[in-house]
Design a binder for this molecule. Structure first.
Ligand SMILES: *Cc1c(COP(=O)(O)O)cnc(C)c1O
Length: 441
C-alpha cells in the first residue's frame, strides 16, 4: 500500500516511493531484499525503510524522512550514530591500512581494556561477529570438557551456527529439533532446550544428564524474545549447578555487554561466568566480537591447545579502532547514569501514557535496553512473551514509525537507547506514543 497522504507537494510524492522502489529492486538480487531477515519487516508488515544516513539519535531513510532511532543497529550505536570521535578514530586507522593478517598493538589494548571492565575475562580472542563468538565458545567448552551435550534456553538467540539453531523437542529432556532447514537433526541431538527462568527443569536436566553436559549458554538478560529478565534464583542456580557438574557456564553478552551496565549482565547479577561472548557495542558499529574467560579454558584454543579457531579479519584494525574509542567514551563519568535515566524516563512515560489510554501494556528496562509488551506484566520466558498481544504491537510500531520513531520491527526484539537521546527527544517520543495509544483505544 502506498501512503501518499502525508505529503503535500509533488516532489515528495515521487520521493515517497523510494523505499518501495528500492525494496522491489533489492528483492530481484538479494533474497527477500535484505541481508538479515528481521530487516524485511516480515513480522510487522509494510515496507522496510532503506537508511541513507544516521547521526546521533536519528536515522534518515531514502525519502529524507527522519526517525528518532531506538534500534541503534541492534545495540552497537550506544554513543549515538556517527559519533565524531569514533569516526575520527576509524578514519585515522583506515589511513594506515585496512587489514594485515598479522598481530597489532591495538588488539592487545582492546583485550586489556575489556579484561579490566569484565574481571571474569582472563584471556580473550577477537572475532568478527557474535555468531562466530558463540560458535567458538561452544566448541571450546566441548573441547575443554570432552563432552558433547549443550543446554540453551527457549527464546534466547545466540547467532546462527548449526548446534544453536534449535527449538525445543516434544518432552522436557528430549533433544532439540532443528529450527532451520539445512541443519541435520544429528547436529541438534546434542542440544537440550529448556524454558528460561525455570529452575525446576534446570535441576531435573542436570540430575539426569549433568555429567554429559559440556556447557550451558544463555542470554543473561534476554533481548531476543523482547526484554526478559532472569530471576536471581535462576542465575545463581545456574552458576552453582554448572560448577557442581563441571560444565562450562557461558554468558552470551553479545547484546547485554556494555549495554545493561558497563560490566554487562554479569556485573548486575554478581556472577562470574566461565566464558563470555561479546559483540555489538564492542565494535561501535564495525564488525567486531569476542569470546573470553578463564585462562585454563581459553588456553585450550589453537595455537596453544587442540581446539581450532581462526579468522582472516579477526582483530581487524579499523574495527578495533572503532571499538576502542567506543569503550573509552562509555567509561566517561556519568555515561551509564545518563543512559539509564533516559531509558527509565521513556519506560515510565510510555507506561503512564498507556494507562491513561486504557491500553494493556507494560514497559521494562535495564541500563540502555528496554522492552515494550502488550501484556499486563513483563514476560518471564518465551511462551509468556508469545502470549502478549502481538497484533497490538504491530499497530503501535507503525503508528510510531509514521510519526518518526523507529523501534525494532518485531514484538520479539528489545530496543536500545543511546547517549545521544536527550530528555527532550524522549519526551517527544512519549507524546507520540500517547497519540498512538489514543488511536488504538
Ligand atoms: C546479536 C546476537 C548474536 C549474534 O551476533 P551477530 O553479530 O549478529 O552474529 C548472538 N548472541 C546474542 C545474544 C545476540 O544478541
Amino acid at each position: 500500500m502506498l501512503k501518499f497522504h502525508f505529503y503535500s507537494i509533488n516532489r515528495k510524492i515521487i520521493m515517497a516511493n523510494r523505499n518501495e522502489q528500492l525494496f522491489e529492486r533489492a528483492k530481484k538480487i538479494i533474497p527477500g531484499g535484505v541481508n538479515s531477515p528481521v530487516r524485511a519487516f516480515g513480522s510487522v508488515g509494510g515496507v522496510p525503510r532503506f537508511i541513507k544516513k544516521a547521526q546521533g539519535a536519528y536515522v534518515w531513510d531514502e525519502n529524507g524522512q527522519r526517525y528518532i532511532d531506538y534500534v541503534g543497529s541492534w545495540g552497537p550505536a550506544i554513543v549515538g550514530h556517527a559519533h565524531p570521535e569514533v569516526i575520527e578514530a576509524v578514519r585515522e586507522a583506515a589511513l594506515d591500512g585496512l587489514s594485515f593478517g598479522a598481530p597489532t598493538e591495538a588488539e592487545i589494548v582492546i583485550a586489556e581494556a575489556i579484561a579490566q571492565i569484565m574481571p571474569s575475562v582472563e584471556r580473550l580472542r577477537l572475532v568478527s561477529s557474535g555468531t562466530e563468538a558463540t560458535m567458538s565458545a561452544i566448541r571450546l567448552a566441548r573441547g575443554y570438557t570432552g563432552r558433547d551435550k549443550i543446554v540453551k534456553f527457549e527464546g534466547c538467540y545466540h547467532g546462527h551456527s548449526d548446534s544453536l539453531l534449535v527449538k525445543a523437542g516434544s518432552g522436557l529432556l528430549t533433544f532439540a529439533n532443528p529450527s532451520s532447514a539445512g541443519v541435520p537433526a544429528d547436529f541438534t541431538q546434542h542440544t537440550i532446550v529448556l524454558p528460561y527462568n525455570d529452575v525446576g527443569s534446570l535441576k531435573t536436566c542436570f540430575e539426569q544428564l549433568g555429567e554429559q553436559i559440556a556447557c550451558v549458554i544463555l542470554e543473561p538478560i534476554a533481548g531476543n524474545m523482547n526484554l526478559v529478565k532472569p530471576s536471581q534464583e535462576f542465575v545463581h542456580t545456574l552458576r552453582q549447578i554448572t560448577t557442581q557438574h563441571g560444565s562450562v557456564l557461558i554468558y552470551d553478552e553479545v547484546m547485554t555487554g556494555f549495554r545493561v551496565a558497563l560490566g554487562g549482565a554479569q556485573s548486575v547479577h554478581g556472577i562470574t561466568p566461565d566464558l563470555t561472548t561479546m559483540g555489538k557495542v564492542i565494535g561501535g558499529g564495525m564488525p567486531l566480537a569476542a569470546f573470553g574467560g578463564k585462562k585454563e579454558i581459553m588456553d585450550c584454543i589453537s595455537p596453544l591447545g587442540a581446539v581450532y579457531q581462526a579468522g582472516t579479519l579477526s582483530g581487524n584494525p579499523v574495527a578495533v579502532a572503532a571499538g576502542l574509542k567506543t569503550l573509552e567514551i562509555i567509561q566517561r563519568t556519568g555515561f551509564y547514569e545518563h543512559l539509564t535515566a533516559r531509558t527509565e524516563q521513556l519506560a515510565n512515560g510510555i507506561n503512564q501514557a498507556a494507562k491513561q489510554a486504557g491500553i494493556t501494556f507494560t514497559a521494562d528496562s535495564i541500563g540502555g535496553m528496554f522492552g515494550f509488551y502488550f501484556a499486563d506484566h513483563a514476560p518471564q520466558n518465551y511462551s509468556d512473551m508469545a502470549a502478549s498481544n502481538i497484533a497490538a504491537f504491530k499497530t503501535f510500531f507503525h503508528g510510531l514509525l509514521e510519526r518518526g520513531v523507529a523501534l525494532g520491527p518485531s514484538a520479539y526484539e528489545a530496543s536500545f537507547m543511546s547517549a545521544a537521546h536527550t530528555a527532550e527527544l524522549v519526551d517527544e517520543t512519549i507524546a507520540m506514543a500517547a497519540e498512538v495509544f489514543a488511536q488504538m483505544a
